[in-house]
Design a protein around this ligand. Structure first.
Ligand code: NAD
Length: 304
C-alpha cells in the first residue's frame, strides 16, 4: 500500500511506515496546486498544516482510506466531505502540547521581562537598561482559558514559577484533577478580572470568536498581560491594539493571528507586544512525536 507524504514529517515516522511494508511516496516537492495529479493510487496521505485537503484532492484520490494530520488542527481538511466518502481523518492531538506550553511560558517571560524589546534595541547600538525594568511571574495570578491538553501543561509550568493559577473551561475539572494541578475554577468574567496574565488555550469556534474583545479587555486588570498561542480570531486584534497603545495592558504576546501569514500589521508599531509566526508546535521533539505517532496510526488503520 502507498502512503503519500505531502508535508515533511520526522524521519523516524517515515522509517516506521517503511518498516511496516508501506511504500512511501515523497510529495513534498510537488507544488500544492498540482497535488491532485499525484494522489490517484494512494491509500493514505500525511499532511501537516501547509497542505489543504479539499474536495478536489479527495475526489482525485480513488484509493484513499486515511488522511493523517501530524499535529492538531484540522482546519485544512474538509473533514465532512472526507468522511462522506468513507475516508478516515486522524491527527496527533497531544504530540505537541508540551512544545506549545513551553512557548507560552516563553512568551509570558518575554513580555514580562521585555526580552524581545531589549534584544531589538541592543542591535541598534542602544543600552536600554532603564527602559527594561520588568515584572516577575512569581506571586502573580495566571488565568488559563481552556484547561485541555495544552492548558494543563501551562498550568504545571506556571505553578513551578510560583504563580497562582485559576482557569475557566466549559468542562470543569474534577475536584481531584484541580487539586492535583493546583488550579481553581472561576467563571469567565471573574477570571478576566482577577488575572495578571490571561492565557488562551481554547479552540476557535463560533462561541470563542472574539472571546477577548473590547468589553472583556476593559474588565481586565490595569497593567495585565494577554497571551494567545491558541488560534487567531479568539482575540479581537483591533481591540488589543487599542489596549496596548493606551497602556491599559502592560503587554501581550501572539503566536496566532486572525489572518496568517501576517505581512503587515499596526501591531508592529508597538513595543509592548511580542509576536511569533505560529511556532507553538515548532519544536524538534514535538515534531518527532507527531511524525512517529501519525505513522503508527496510519500503519494501524491500513492494517485494520
Ligand atoms: P484541547 O481540546 O485539549 O483543549 C481545549 C479546551 O478548551 C478543552 O478543555 C475544552 O473543554 C475547552 N473549550 C472548548 N470550547 C470552550 C469554550 N467555548 N469556552 C471555554 N472552554 C472551551 O486542545 P489543546 O490541544 O489543548 O489545544 C488548545 C488550543 O491550542 C487550540 O486552539 C489549538 O488549535 C491550539 N494549538 C496551537 C498551536 C500553535 O502552534 N500555537 C499548536 C497546537 C495547538
Amino acid at each position: 500500500m502507498k502512503v503519500g507524504i505531502c508535508d515533511a514529517i520526522a524521519e523516524e515516522g517515515v522509517k516506521i511506515l517503511k518498516e511496516n511494508g508501506l511504500e512511501v511516496v515523497d510529495l513534498t516537492p510537488v507544488p500544492k496546486e498540482e497535488l491532485s495529479k499525484h494522489v490517484r493510487d494512494l491509500d493514505a496521505i500525511i499532511i501537516r498544516s501547509a497542505t489543504k485537503v479539499r474536495k478536489e484532492i479527495i475526489d482525485a484520490a480513488k484509493n484513499l482510506k486515511v488522511i493523517g494530520r501530524a499535529g492538531v488542527g484540522l482546519d485544512n481538511v474538509d473533514v465532512v466531505y472526507a468522511k462522506s466518502k468513507g475516508i478516515k481523518v486522524i491527527n496527533t492531538p497531544g504530540a505537541t502540547s508540551i512544545s506549545v506550553a513551553e512557548l507560552t511560558i516563553g512568551l509570558i517571560l518575554a513580555v514580562m521581562r521585555k526580552i524581545a524589546y531589549a534584544d531589538r534595541e541592543m542591535r541598534t547600538g542602544a543600552w536600554p537598561k532603564k527602559k527594561c525594568k520588568g515584572i516577575e511571574m512569581y506571586g502573580k495570578t495566571l488565568g488559563i482559558i481552556g484547561i485541555g491538553r495544552i492548558g494543563r501543561e501551562v498550568a504545571k509550568r506556571a505553578k513551578a514559577f510560583g504563580m497562582k493559577v485559576i482557569y475557566y473551561d466549559v468542562f470543569k475539572l474534577t475536584e481531584e484533577q484541580a487539586k492535583e494541578l493546583g488550579v481553581e475554577y472561576r467563571e469567565l468574567d471573574t477570571l478576566i478580572r482577577e488575572s495578571d496574565v490571561v492565557s488562551l488555550h481554547v479552540p476557535l469556534l463560533p462561541e470563542t470568536k472574539h472571546l477577548i474583545n473590547k468589553e472583556r479587555i476593559e474588565k481586565m486588570k490595569d497593567g495585565a498581560i494577554l497571551v494567545n498561542a491558541a488560534r487567531g480570531g479568539i482575540v479581537d486584534e483591533e481591540a488589543l491594539y487599542d489596549a496596548l497603545k493606551s497602556g491599559k495592558l502592560y503587554g501581550a504576546a501572539l503566536d496566532v493571528y486572525e489572518s496568517e501569514p501576517v505581512k503587515e500589521s499596526k501591531l508592529f508599531e508597538l513595543d509592548n507586544i511580542v509576536l511569533t509566526p505560529h511556532i507553538g508546535a515548532q519544536a524538534k521533539e514535538g515534531q518527532t512525536r507527531a511524525g512517529v505517532e501519525i505513522a503508527q496510526k496510519i500503519v494501524e488503520e491500513l492494517n485494520s
